[in-house]
Write a protein that binds this ligand. Sequence first.
Ligand SMILES: [Zn+2]
Length: 270
Amino acid sequence: MRLNLRFIIAIIVAAVSLFGYFFNTSKNEVTGETQHVNMSAAQEIALGVQAAPEMAAQYGGESPDARATAAVQAVGQKIISSTKAGQTPYRFQFHLLADDQTINAFALPGGQVFITQGLLKNLTSEGQLAGVLAHEIGHVVGRHSAAQVAKSNLTQGLAGAATIASYDPNSPGSSIAKAAVAAAIAKVIGLRFGRNDELEADKLAVDFTPKAGYDPRAMIQVMKMLEQQGGRSSTPEFLSTHPNPGNRIGELEKEIAAEYPQGVPTGLKQ
Ligand SMILES: [Zn+2]
C-alpha cells in the first residue's frame, strides 16, 4: 500500500513538472518567438548578477586594463542604446576578463556579458568587437539561458519524482534552499547553448550591429580568425561553446544578404 502511494505521488510530481514546462510559455518581444521559460526578467537579472563573479574568476577575474575595459563597455553600450536590446528590462554590464590565453566570450542571463583579453587581442577592429558583443547580447535578449534552465527543470522535476519514490522519511534533507541557489548558479555557469541558439544570436547580431553603426560583415572576419586559431595548439574555447565557425560563416552571409538585398550600406564602421 505505502509503495503504491509513493508511486502515485511520483507520477503526480512528474506530471506537474511536464505541465509546468508546457504551460509556462511567453512571447519574446525581440525575437517574436514563443518560448518555454519559467523565470521572470527580474529573476534572470538576479541570477546573472549572482553568478557573474564566479564566472569571471574562471577567466582570471576582471581585467586590470581600465582603458580596454572602458572601450569594451563603450561599444557594448552603443549597441544597447541604438537597438531593441535597450528597450528590454535587462541590465547590461560588459566585463573584460584578464585571461589572455583563452579565446572566449559568453553571456549570463539578464545582461552580464563577458569577453576575455585573449579574444580581444585577436580582434583587429571595433566592428569585430561590436560583432562579438552583439552576438552575446543576442543570447541575453533571446533568453537562451532561461529557456535552457526551463528545459533542465523539466528533467529535474522528473528526477525529483524518482527521488520522492525512493524518499526515506528518517533522513530528510537540510538547507535545501541554500543548495538550490548554489545549484542554480552552477547550472547557469555550465550551460552550453545549442546550435539554434547560436544561429539566432548571430541573426540578432546582424540586425543590431548596423543599427549601432557597424558593418555586420566584421563578424565573418571574427569567424575566420576563430577558424585559424582552431588549427593552432592553443584551445579556442569559444569554439567549444559555439558551433563550427565554417557553418556559421555561410549562415551569416545568407543573413546579411537577406537583410540587405541591395548590398550592405556604405559608411558603416569596420
Ligand atoms: Zn554564442
